[in-house]
Design a protein around this ligand. Structure first.
Ligand code: URA
Length: 230
């Protein structure tokens, strides 16, 4: 494969940026500094480095997105901004799909992945992937709501509810039904004013800024695949 094409397919660079990196002498093939974008490389035989960092060979791409309110959990929409609009061009892959969704007014962690089987398993109840939400409510919740969630409200599976200071709470679910968190709180007489997904399986939102995206680390990928038996 051509060196510039390899870099553009494996790193967060466009073809043009890859060419610039090569011309600037920042790319090595094995021990040798590469100078020609059209040079042929066999990534299985010789490691390629950019700024002395080895290039990772990715079979799939996974992006963690901090969805702000007002953005749709979709990759195209005629009217509203979608998560696609948050992703820089060099990180976008046509094969991206969403592993789960958040309501338009909800916020927090969304995963885009090119691996359809991974997305399927992460959202299938069989794999019991935990989703953790922090919510702001119209009034505090008490022990009665905690007990109701633990027993299972409406036809939802039991869920963990932890009241937080003020009218806030943390909920942990293993399902992902439509408007589930809002419907569960409605059932105990509360209205959700703000909903943020802070964890999805082993992935944490952490301090990723609203509207920002980042690639998963190798360690995150490993635990994510392991969480769903892949
Ligand atoms: N539950 C909801 O009500 N909305 C979401 O976006 C996610 C979970």
């Amino acid at each position: 494969m051509r060196l510039d094409r390899l870099l553009a397919s494996q790193g967060p660079w466009s073809r043009k940026e890859a060419k610039k990196l090569i011309k600037a002498g920042r790319v090595r093939i094995g021990e040798r500094v590469a100078r020609r974008p059209e040079e042929r490389v066999d990534p299985d035989a010789t490691p390629v480095f950019v700024d002395d960092e080895p290039i990772r060979y990715r079979a799939h791409w996974h992006l963690l997105v901090h969805k702000p309110p007002g953005v749709l959990s979709a990759t195209r929409d005629p009217r509203y901004p979608t998560v696609r609009d948050l992703v820089p061009e060099a990180l976008w892959r046509e094969a991206f799909g969403l592993a789960g969704r958040l309501d338009k007014d909800a916020e927090g962690l969304l995963l885009l992945t090119t691996d359809g089987e991974l997305a399927h398993r992460l959202t299938h109840p069989r794999w019991k992937v935990e989703k953790v939400y922090e919510v702001e409510l119209d009034a505090p919740v008490g022990e009665d709501a905690v007990r109701a969630f633990a027993a299972g409200v409406l036809d939802f599976a039991p869920a963990e509810l932890v009241p937080l200071p003020g009218a806030r709470a943390r909920v942990t679910l293993m399902e992902g039904k439509h408007h589930q968190v809002k419907r569960m709180f409605r059932a105990v007489g509360r209205r959700v004013l703000r909903l943020v997904r802070v964890r999805f399986g082993p992935l944490e939102l952490g301090d990723l800024a609203p509207g920002a995206v980042r690639l998963l680390s190798e360690a995150e990928e490993t635990v994510l695949y392991r969480a769903v038996g892949l």
